[in-house]
Design a protein around this ligand. Structure first.
Ligand code: SF4
Length: 140
């Protein structure tokens, strides 16, 4: 069993966690005793929210719903390259921005992202999309 100290990525509180892993799989998580932020405690997400890391259902490649080779909401998921997936997202976001304005888009970020990823995502919304409509599940 290997123990690795990390900072919980779920929210901005910054609790210290010891992840116990075996064969490169996280088996359990414990709060780091004496840490000034969480004093050994963890909320439910920090304590039990790690199974996704090694889940076989985890998406590792982008998928796009396609019908007859092109994007369609009624289509079936097809594995695509990152370039194709990002191009589709950019074109759809531009379409919404042009038709309804920047503030019609809301950046709602996931607790499953790291703090750094969320920082970059809110930068994208503010600097590129042009809206301050950003939200995160750690707002509680
Ligand atoms: S999600 Fe829970 S355990 Fe993780 S940093 Fe936030 S409060 Fe701490």
């Amino acid at each position: 069993m290997k123990n690795t100290k990390v900072i919980c990525p779920y929210c901005g509180t910054g609790c210290a966690v010891t992840l116990s892993s075996e064969n490169n799989k996280i088996m359990s998580a414990h709060g780091v005793k004496g840490h000034p932020v969480n004093e050994g405690e963890l909320c439910l997400k920090g304590k039990y929210g790690w199974d996704y890391v090694s889940s076989k259902e985890r998406l590792t490649k982008p998928l796009i719903r396609k019908k007859d080779g092109v994007f369609s909401k009624e289509g079936s998921f097809e594995e695509v390259s990152w370039d194709e997936a990002i191009s589709l997202v950019v074109s759809k976001m531009n379409e919404v921005k042009e038709n309804y304005g920047s503030d019609s888009l809301v950046g709602n970020f996931s607790a499953r992202c790291t703090l750094e990823e969320n920082y970059l995502a809110q930068k994208l919304m503010r600097a590129v999309i042009g809206t301050n409509n950003v939200d995160h599940c750690a707002r509680v």
